[in-house]
Design a binder for this molecule. Structure first.
Ligand SMILES: NC(=O)c1ccc[n+]([C@@H]2O[C@H](COP(=O)([O-])OP(=O)(O)OC[C@H]3O[C@@H](n4cnc5c(N)ncnc54)[C@H](O)[C@@H]3O)[C@@H](O)[C@H]2O)c1
Length: 303
């Protein structure tokens, strides 16, 4: 799609990848609506994006609630008359064992990472169909949409589902002969953001403070492995540029920081196991446990 003069809505747009996507949308000449649950961060982001020359509007939104996302769509159309690009980006990571994740935490992550995408599609796609002009939906899934690690029960299950939902959207649009809306699915590896601090935007009663998350050795190891990876990770700005380039080229998938040979081998090993009915996780698990142990030992030395 041609971006100049069109209107973008980005959920989770006040921080991390969402804010970088908002800057990229401004750079490409779009009017931008950023939606986020944190009002203070939203105000700061609007000031920053406006200073960069953007025509920007912030709407406090809780993507876990359909009414809030419908109100976001209405506010966008009231302000700018239309919407051309929806980026379902808001999401969070928190580690936990499959049997030891509190039901409230599962529910929060399912609502935030998965149902938010249903809410976005339901609130925006019918408007895009009625408009008939070039539109795009970009869903920020994750590398965890195609891979799984220990401690990833809630995160990987939501991101695998986002992948299925996004592919279903792509197929439904094609089957219905609707050709003004493209779909792009981003499956990033580790990107340098605040993703390892889920406590900043989670409901207070979930008690996601580090101390309780770190009581279990597997959970602590996986969180430390990810935190260690953040320092060397791709910048959100580079990820945002890759995602926009892929969407404008009409690509269905884009894998920022997840397209190296090592990542490709891992994705294909897991996919082959699934396709052939053979457990692929032997060496994958050994390598992960070693990385977790190294990250834990390094953090203990520093701490
Ligand atoms: N950073 C990574 O390594 C990485 C890798 C793969 C996928 N992702 C995905 O990218 C997306 C963005 O993550 P990030 O790394 O920028 O994290 P982040 O924590 O830096 O940003 C997430 C943003 O979402 C907002 N948010 C949280 N709950 C919300 C709600 N209920 N309603 C509206 N906004 C809400 C937060 O306030 C924050 O501004 C997520 O879907 C995440 O799963 C991130």
């Amino acid at each position: 799609m041609e971006y100049s003069e069109s209107v973008a809505v980005i959920t989770g747009g006040a921080g991390g990848i969402g804010l970088a996507l908002a800057h990229e949308a401004v750079r490409r000449g779009m009017k931008v609506v950023i939606a986020d649950i944190r009002q203070d961060a939203l105000d700061t982001a609007v000031t920053q994006l406006s200073a960069a020359g953007g025509e920007v509007f912030g709407v406090r939104t809780d993507v876990t609630k359909i009414d809030s996302v419908t109100a976001l769509a209405e506010a966008t159309v009231a302000r700018y008359g239309k919407v051309n690009l929806l980026i379902n980006n808001a999401g969070a990571f928190v580690a936990g064992l499959a049997w030891d994740t509190p039901p409230e935490q599962y529910e929060w992550l399912i609502n935030l990472n998965l149902k938010s995408v249903f809410h976005g599609i339901r609130s925006f796609v019918p408007r895009m169909i009625a408009q008939g002009d070039p539109c795009q939906v970009i869903n920020i899934a994750s590398a965890a949409g195609v891979t799984v690690y220990p401690g990833y029960a809630s995160y990987s299950s939501t991101k695998h589902a986002v992948l299925g939902l996004s592919e279903a959207l792509h197929l439904d649009l094609a089957a219905e002969g609707i050709n003004n809306i493209g779909v792009t699915i981003a499956m990033p590896g580790i990107i340098r953001t605040a993703i390892m601090q889920p406590e900043t935007a989670s409901p207070a009663d979930l008690h996601l403070e580090r101390r309780s998350r770190f009581e279990n050795a597997t959970v602590r190891g996986v969180e430390r492995m990810m935190s260690a990876g953040l320092d060397a990770a791709m910048s959100p700005e580079d990820a945002a540029q890759m995602i926009f380039d892929a969407a404008s080229a009409g690509q269905l998938y884009v894998l920022p920081n997840h397209d190296s040979e090592g990542h490709q081998t891992l994705i294909q090993t897991i996919a082959k196991g699934r396709a052939t009915g053979k457990d692929p996780y032997g060496t994958v698990l050994d390598n992960t446990l070693q990385s977790m142990a190294r990250a834990d030992a390094a953090a203990n030395k520093i701490g």
